[in-house]
Design a protein around this ligand. Sequence first.
Ligand code: DGJ
Length: 731
Amino acid sequence: MKHITYNDMTHVFTLHTKNSMYQMQVRDYNTLVHLYYGPNIGDTEVSYRIICLDRGFSGNPYEAGADRTFSLDILPQEYSGYGNGDYRINALEVTHEDGSDAVHLIYKSSRMMEGKYSLTGLPCMFGSKDEAETLEITLYDKITNLHVHLLYAVFYDLDVITRAVRLENLGDKKVTIQRAMSMEMDYATSHMDMIHFHGRHMMERQFERQPLHHGVQSVESKRGMSSHQHNPFVILCRKTTTEQHGDCYGYALAYSGNYRCEIELDQMEQTRLVMGIHPYHFAFPLEKGDVFETPEVIMAYSGKGLGRLSHIYHDAYRSNLIRSKYVYAPRPILINNWEATYFNFDEEKLFNIAKEAKELGLDMFVLDDGWFGKRDTDYSGLGDWIVNENKIKGGLPDLVKRIKSLGLKFGIWIEPEMVSEDSDLYREHPDWVLRIPQRDVSRGRHQLNLDVTRKEVRSHVMQQIFAVLDSCDIDYVKWDMNRSVGNVYSAALPSDRQGEVYHRYVLGVYEMMEQLLTRYPNLLFENCSGGGGRFDAGMLYYSPQIWCSDNSDAIDRLKIQYGTSFGYPPSTMGAHVSICPNHQTGRTTPFETRAIVASAGTFGYELDLALLTKEEKEFARKQIADYKKIEHLVQTGDYYRLSSPYKNHDYVLWQFVSKDKKETVVRGVQLRNEANPHIHLIYLEGLEPAAHYKEETSGQVYTGAALMKAGIPLPVGAGDYQPIHFMFRMV
Ligand code: DGJ
C-alpha cells in the first residue's frame, strides 16, 4: 500500500494523507494504542510520546503482573472496551448472557486492501483503488470471541480518513451491544476548543465555540433523526486557530438518526473523543455468527485553519460521498409553491405560478405538500399517496404535461415516513405506526411515524409513491420528514429487541431512498426535514441538496448558512427567495438582498410570482441571469467565509473562487448603515497574488495581492440590509 504502512519491527501502523498523518501501535499485551493524528511528519514514529508511570487509582490489567505503570485508564487507545479498568468514556459496551459487561479488546490481525471498504445498508464515502486504501485491524475479546474489525479508509488526495467498525460474534453465546461507537480518538493534549452547531427548528446549525472543560461534554440527538438541535459534525481546534491559520480536526458522522459525540478531558489532560450511534434506547443482540456495522465517521485534519477544513469536506463530499449525477451539474432554478399557497391551491393557481416562473426564466416548478389524499390541512392525508382530484382537476399527469409544455421541469413533494390518523392508510393499518403498548401516542405536527422498520410498511408506501412517479414525467422529488421519531416501539419486534428500533428506523429510511434512486436514476432528489432537521453526511449520500431551513428570512439565513458551510458544501444548501414581510420573522429586506443570500446555495423562489411588482419581476429576471453566471462557482468553487455574522454586526460576506483562481465572486449583506459611516475595507482570499483581476461593474483592475492584502472598500450603503456584490475575473 502506498499510504498505509505497517512496520513489523515496531508494530506501528501509519496512515498518510497529503497533509495529515495517523499512527497507532500494537504494544504490551497486544493492546492497540493510538499514537498520533495531526500534520504529516513523514516517516517518523512517535511512540516515544507515551510515558507510563504508576498512577494512583488507575489500575493495571492482570497480565501486567507487578508492573504498576501499565494502565488502560491512562493509555491512549484506538478502541476501548468497557469494564476493563479504563474509567473514561469508552467506545464499546456490551452485555453478556451471564449479566456481566466487561469486554477486553486485544489485537489479533490486520489486512490492507485497495479501494474503499463499504458498509451494508448505510451511507458512506466511496473510493476506487486509485482514490482510497483500506486498513482493517481486528481486535477481539478472548473470553467471548467477539471480534471487532476497525475499518480505516485513507483518501490521500482529499486529506480525509474515514472510520467505521464491524462487530462479529464468533463465540457461541449471545452478546448484546449496548454502545458501539464508530470511532475513538485519543489526543495526548488538552488545550483545544470545541466547535459545534446547535439550533432549533428554523434556526439550525448555529456556530458555537468553547474551550474544552474537564469531564465529559457532548452533542447528541435522541430524536431518531440527526436533528435541528445539534448537527452530527464537530470540530476540535487549537485555541489560536482561525479561519486562515492553525490546526483543526473535523468529525462528521454519516448517519441520520440518534447519535452522540462525547469528548472527555481526563485527569492527565488528555482528550478522548468518541462518536457514533447514541447508546440511548439502543441494544443490539448478536447471536452466534451475527454481524453489526456502525455508521461511518469522516475525519479531516487541516493545519491551515477552519477555512481549509471546510474546503476538505466540501471537496470530499462532492467527489466521493454524493452519488447524484447532478452533483456538479447546474441545478434547475426552481419555484416552490409552499410559501405561495400552503395547502390552498387548485390546478389553475399552480399553473399560473408556473407560467409566471417560465416568463421570469426559472427552470422547474415544484409542487409541495397538499396534492394527495385529504390533505387540506396538516391534520390529515399523510399516508394516502393518491392525487387529490378535487384540488387538481384532471389529475396529476395532466397538470404535469401542461406545466412541462411551458418548458419547465416538474418536481413533487412527499413525506413517506409519516401517517395522519385521518387517513385511509391509518384506518386500515392502525398497527403500522410506532406506538408504545397501552400508552397514548404523542403527536408531532399532528402526525405519527410509520413503523418503517417493517418491510411490508416500507413496501406499501413506496409502491404508492412509485405509482404516482410512474404516472407522469417527474424530474425532482423533495422527501420531507416533519416530526421527531417518537412512541418508539415496534409491534413487529419482540420485547427484548426494542433496542433495535431507532437504528432499524434509519436503515428502513435509507432502504426506501435507495429503492427510489435505483428505480429513477435520473431523479434530482432533495432531502428535507422541516428544513434542516436531517442535514447530515448520511443524507448527502442520497441527495445532492437539502432544504437548509424552513426559515427563509435573508437575515436569519446568514447565520444558518454560515454555520452549515463549516461542514457542508454550499451547493448542497437549498436556499430560496421568499416574500416580505417574511413569513417566519415578519422582517422586510430588499428583494435584491434576498436573492444575494439565496444565491449562496441551490437557488430558487418560494412565493407567488404573480404578486411581485413590475420592478421586482425585472429584478427577478436579472437575479436569475446573474445566478446563472455564478452557479458554477457555487457548484464547484472554493468557499470562503470572509466575516462572521456572530462577530461582525456591520456586514456579512462570503466569497467563491474557481479552482483555477480565474474568477471570484464576493457577496454579502451590509447589515446596518450609520450616519457619517466608516469605510470598511474587505480582504479577499484564495487568489493568485501576481495576477490581475478586473471587477465587472466598475471595470477597475487590481492585483490579487492588492485584493487580499490591501483590501477594497465596501460601497457606502443607503439603509440597512443592503446587498453586496463584486465579481472579478483574471485579465
Ligand atoms: C416542511 C418543509 O421544510 C417545507 O418546505 C414544506 O415542504 C412543508 N414541510 C410542507 O409541509
